[in-house]
Design a protein around this ligand. Structure first.
Ligand SMILES: Cc1cc2nc3c(=O)[nH]c(=O)nc-3n(C[C@H](O)[C@H](O)[C@H](O)COP(=O)(O)OP(=O)(O)OC[C@H]3O[C@@H](n4cnc5c(N)ncnc54)[C@H](O)[C@@H]3O)c2cc1C
Length: 177
């Protein structure tokens, strides 16, 4: 199944580079990683070429759910089990930096997007324990998460809910409109 937005946006193959093209740096792959790297290099004044085998966003990026969220399942508690608090905090700081850079880029280029509060939730008692652990890991990493026990969602609840969220004044989940 492809992402909804790929059905609405015409796919354009990138132009073939001229044979006598010269670049100081060539980035391979036009997903979020390659495209962002190429933009940053170009902004730093480097003559950069971006090579893409298919079209921009052809693979994982174009078929993701396109959220820019710092809460990613149980990632923080998972990392915390094997890494120091400083490492987890550095991971969170890098995520926040990337999120705010991309959000600024979207605003600068008038790309339609939504800013929403993000939630980590569970549908079972076992999942609830995992969410509690994630909440503690997020707090240790300095994220202003808070605990709520009810979610207004349009689908049926399987069991009790546990959720963590950040105040909506801090934009942290962002998805295409
Ligand atoms: C279902 C799903 C949902 C997701 N949802 C989210 C989400 O909501 N938020 C989030 O942050 N992350 C999400 N992710 C993860 C995220 O999409 C990936 O981490 C990210 O898109 C990876 O980007 P990338 O640029 O590294 O790779 P890709 O997007 O895969 O880009 C690689 C590009 O390189 C090109 N390429 C490969 N080989 C060559 C070659 N030899 N020559 C030229 N070009 C080449 C490919 O065609 C492709 O365009 C999701 C992932 C999946 C699978």
């Amino acid at each position: 199944m492809s992402a909804l937005w790929s059905a609405r946006v015409p796919v354009e193959s990138p132009p073939r580079p001229a044979e006598d093209s010269h670049y100081e740096c060539v980035v391979v792959g036009g997903g979020i990683t390659g495209a962002t790297t190429a933009v940053l290099l170009a902004r730093a004044g480097i003559r950069v070429g971006l090579l893409e085998a298919r079209h921009i966003g052809a693979a994982t990026t174009g078929n993701s759910t396109a959220k820019l969220s710092v809460l990613q399942g149980t990632r923080l508690s998972t990392i915390s089990r094997k890494q120091s608090a400083d490492t987890v905090r550095a991971y969170v700081d890098a995520n926040l930096e990337g999120q705010s850079w991309l959000l600024a880029f979207l605003r600068e280029h008038a790309v339609a997007h939504q800013v929403q509060t993000a939630y980590t939730y569970a549908q079972s008692g076992r999942g609830g324990k995992a969410v509690d652990e994630e909440l503690r890991a997020a707090r240790r990493a300095g994220l202003p998460v808070r605990y709520i026990d009810q979610l207004d969602v349009p689908f049926r609840r399987a069991a009790r809910w546990r959720s963590t969220t950040r105040p909506s004044s801090i934009p942290w989940t962002c998805s295409p409109r």
